[in-house]
Structures are given as C-alpha cells and as structure tokens.
Write a protein that binds this ligand. Structure first.
Ligand SMILES: *[C@@H]1O[C@H](CO)[C@@H](O)[C@H](O)[C@H]1NC(C)=O
Ligand SMILES: *[C@@H]1O[C@H](CO)[C@@H](O)[C@H](O)[C@H]1NC(C)=O
Ligand SMILES: *[C@@H]1O[C@H](CO)[C@@H](O)[C@H](O)[C@H]1NC(C)=O
Length: 457
C-alpha cells in the first residue's frame, strides 16, 4: 500500500513537473498568466554604461562607434575623448550617485503602470547585477559598486503593487566567445553554454522576475540559443513558473510567431485587432531608448501622443511598455517624470476604461476619427468604453458603431451626471450631447472616456 502511494505520488509529481516540453508546439499552449492582459501599462527602463556618453545613438553608441561606424558618432568620440579611449572606460563613470530606488518606485507607481521592465544587460554585455558570469563587467565590480537590479526589485516589491520584470540581451556585440561562435556559423555554442544561459538562470533564481523580456536574438536561431529548453525550465520548475510572462524574441524568425506575448518589432502598433496578446514597446524619446544629453524638447512625445498610443494599443488587444532613459547619475529627468505623472493623472480618472478591459467588436469608430473602444464584461452587463482623443465640435458626438436599446445609458468618467443621448438616424449609432464644461468642470484634459451600457452589440 505504502509503495503504491509513493508510486502514485511520484507519477503525479513527474507529470506535473514536465507539463511543457522544450518545443514551441508545447510551450505555445501555456496560457498567459492573467495579470499581464489586465495590467495594460508597463514602464521600460534602459540604463547601463551607454547612459554615460548619453549621445545620439542611445544604447547603440558602442556599435555605431566601433561595429558599424556612423560618422556622427566617430566624430563625437574623436572630438571629446583621448585617441586611445576605450568604451570600457565609460563604466567607471557610471556613478549612479543619485539613484534612490524608492524614488523611482514611487514615480512609476504614480504613472499608473502595473509592471516595470528594467534592462539587466544590453548588447554591450555589462550586467546591472553582480553576475558570476560577467567578470569585471558588472555593476558591482566597476562603476556603481551596487546591485542595481536587486535594489530596484526590492523597492518595487516593498513600496508598490507593481510586478517586476527584466530585459535581457541574448547576444553581446563584442564578446570574443560570442564572436568565435558566430565565426563558426553558430556550430559552436560556447557562448550560450558559458554565458547566456548561466546568466539567465542566475537572474531568474536571484531576482524572480515576472517578465522576461528577451532581445538580441536575431543573428542566430532559437536552437543555437537553447531558448525552448530555458523556457521549459522557466514554465515547469523555476521560482516564477506560475506567474512569469515572456515575449517572443528567442531566435531568428521567432518574433511574432512563438513565445508569450508578441512584440514583433520595436514600437509595434498595428492599429487593428490581433489574435494573440501583444505589446507595443515604445519610447517617450522618439529617437532613442537611452538617455540623450543632446535631446531637445520636441524630441519627446507629448502626453496627447502617449495617450493616443495607449488607447489605440489597448483597444486592439495590446499592452504598452513605455520607455524612460535615466541618467548615469541615477535620476529620471523632469521631462520623463512629467510624462509619467501626467499619464497617472489621466489613468486615475479614466483607468476603468483601460485596466482589465478587453477588445470590443469594433476597435475604432466607423464615423468619428480619433476614437477607440474597449469593453468590460460584468456578470449582468457589458460596459463599452469610447475614448475620444479630440474634443468634438458643438459638444456633440455622433458615433457610428454602437447599437442602442431602451436600456442604454451614457456617462463620462470623472463627471457625476449621466449624459443625454439619442439614437442616430435610422436607429444606427448614437448621438451624445455633452453638457457645457469649463476648464474647471472638465474631469480631465487630453482625452475623455464615455461609458456606454445596455447596447445591443
Ligand atoms: C560586490 O563587491 C564587493 C566589494 O568589491 C564584494 O565584497 C562583494 O562580494 C561583491 N558582491 C557580489 C554579490 O559579488
Ligand atoms: C540546453 O539546455 C539543456 C537543458 O537544460 C541542457 O542540457 C544543455 O546543456 C543546454 N545546452 C547549451 C548549449 O546550453
Ligand atoms: C479606423 O482605423 C483604421 C485602421 O487604423 C483606419 O483605416 C480607419 O480610417 C479608422 N476609421 C476612422 C473612422 O477613423
């Protein structure tokens, strides 16, 4: 009897722990942990040695200096640094003396974001944590002398309700072991065996990130990167197996086809409903992912631009991952801070039409431009949210898509009274009359959410 029980127990344990095979067929069947689709907004943080030069190419400076030289970068380096200066020397200047992780945590929380994705290592190979696999090229050994990943993880978890996630680049432009594999046409896997994989396991075990945002995959196949073996471990056995979400950048040809949520290309925002959960990874600075000392005010998206991105993304089934580039001394500059806090100001009033919503049958209206729909199903009713990015002439909106019933009600988020409406001509659509509002009575600036219940569609 006892032996039989042990057998049953072992069988159960085995079946349970081998839920996913290291194949895309199997991994792709894993349901996305629900927190991710409900969260809608995350903050992306590009921070590393590249934050020291903080010039035009952002995180790509080393490559555009030494890999595929761009005249503007080569000239900048020639003009401002010794002729024998090496990129590695920037690391000592990555000082982070004003990095107060709790201050970042408060600011991100105030933006209304529900998760954070920090760059743990970009293509330059420098690790923002004291990795055992990155001798002398990590944030504890050179530069900050701190565990940047660990400090931010702790602040996010103790001070906020947000999820903590990590970006990680599979390849490193100039790592000699990687280059050796590359010159063997990826027949060797020494870099994967001794660097990429040990480092990824180390990251997951030490910091338990609930997002793994993989990148730098495109030069080699998923077989070279051993991606499906890592993901099978992540989903079956890792300390975050039940809650972790991953993206799709796991090897040449994989993005937009396999993995967790799809990121496809940078700033992906297809403008129509997608079958698979996706994410629009974009930057507040239109031209770079990392801090740029030479940025001008007009280079930054306005809050109206950002809301247009957010609303169109969520309406079509996506999440938005909005990027900031902190300085080498650890501050998030006031222009980024203003955008984050404006986003939070808007979401505190309009969040019901964003968080936890699902796409409706229509994404944008059939008649009114600059208007996007979302939807939330409750036990007995369906709420449709119509989010308007431009205030209408004469305070009158004539929407084409909704089909009203006698039970239809319309309200505006942040405004106490219900609104007067009438069916459109021939019973199609809905005309909504908005009461006159002064700047003082208007619930928010920039974009307005109408909640419509009791529709037939
Ligand atoms: C970080 O650096 C300090 C001082 O150099 C060292 O004592 C410590 O062991 C390092 N921490 C890790 C986790 O490597
Ligand atoms: C790939 O992953 C499997 C399973 O963890 C492991 O046995 C194998 O050594 C890995 N190969 C490389 C090159 O990392
Ligand atoms: C709705 O969105 C599609 C795709 O972005 C666009 O082609 C169409 O013009 C939009 N409709 C309106 C009324 O703006």
């Amino acid at each position: 009897m006892a032996a039989y029980l042990v057998c049953v127990f072992l069988l159960f344990a085995c079946v349970n722990s081998l839920k996913y095979d290291p194949t895309w067929d199997s991994l792709d069947t894993r349901p996305l942990p629900p927190w991710f689709d409900d969260a809608k907004l995350g903050i992306f943080i590009h921070w590393g040695v590249f934050s020291v030069p903080a010039f035009t190419s952002g995180a790509w400076l080393w490559w555009e200096w030494k890999g595929q030289p761009m005249p503007a970068i080569v000239n900048f380096m020639q003009k401002n640094y010794r002729s024998d200066f090496t990129y590695a020397e920037f690391a000592a200047m990555f000082t982070t003396e004003f990095f107060y992780p709790e201050e970042w945590a408060e600011m991100f929380q105030d933006s209304g974001a529900r998760y954070v994705v920090l760059v743990s290592k970009h293509h330059e190979g420098y690790t923002n944590w004291p990795s055992k696999y990155s001798f002398n090229w990590n944030s504890n050994a050179t530069g900050p002398n701190r565990d940047l990943v660990g400090e931010l993880a702790a602040a996010i978890r103790t001070k906020t309700q947000m999820k903590f996630g990590l970006y990680h680049s599979l390849f490193e432009w100039f790592n000699p072991i990687y280059l050796d594999d590359k010159y063997s046409e990826f027949k060797k896997q020494n870099f994967v065996r001794t660097k990429t994989m040990p480092e990824l396991y180390e990251l997951v075990n030490a910091y338990k990130p609930e997002v793994i945002w993989s990148d730098g995959d495109w030069e080699a196949t998923d077989a070279y990167w051993n991606s499906t073996n890592f993901l099978a471990w992540l989903y079956n056995e890792s300390p975050v197996k039940d809650t972790v979400v991953t993206n799709d950048r796991w090897g040449f040809g994989i993005p937009c086809k396999h993995g967790g949520f799809f990121t496809c290309t940078d700033r992906y925002n297809p403008g129509k409903l997608q079958k698979h959960k996706w994410e629009n990874a974009m930057t507040i600075d239109k031209y770079a992912w990392a801090y740029r000392r030479n940025a001008r005010l007009e280079d930054f998206l306005t809050i109206e631009d950002l809301l247009s991105q957010l609303v169109s993304t969520v309406s079509c089934g996506g999440n938005m991952l909005m990027n900031v580039g902190p300085t080498k001394y650890g501050k998030i500059s006031p222009i980024y801070e203003e955008r984050l806090r404006q986003m939070g100001q808007w979401l505190r009033i309009n969040g019901d039409g964003i968080y936890g919503t699902r796409p409706w049958v229509h994404q944008n209206d059939t008649v009114v431009k600059n208007m996007w729909y979302t939807m939330k199903k409750a036990a007995t009713e369906t709420d449709v949210y119509a989010i308007l990015l431009e205030w209408p002439d004469n305070n009158l909106i004539k929407l084409g898509a909704p089909i009203t019933s006698k039970d239809t009600t319309v309200s505006m988020l942040g405004y106490p009274e219900t609104l007067i409406w009438a069916a459109g001509t021939g019973g199609k659509g809905i005309n909504i009359q908005i009461p006159h509002m002064s700047v003082k009575t208007m619930p928010c600036k920039w974009a307005w959410t109408f909640k419509i219940t009791g529709l037939q569609n």
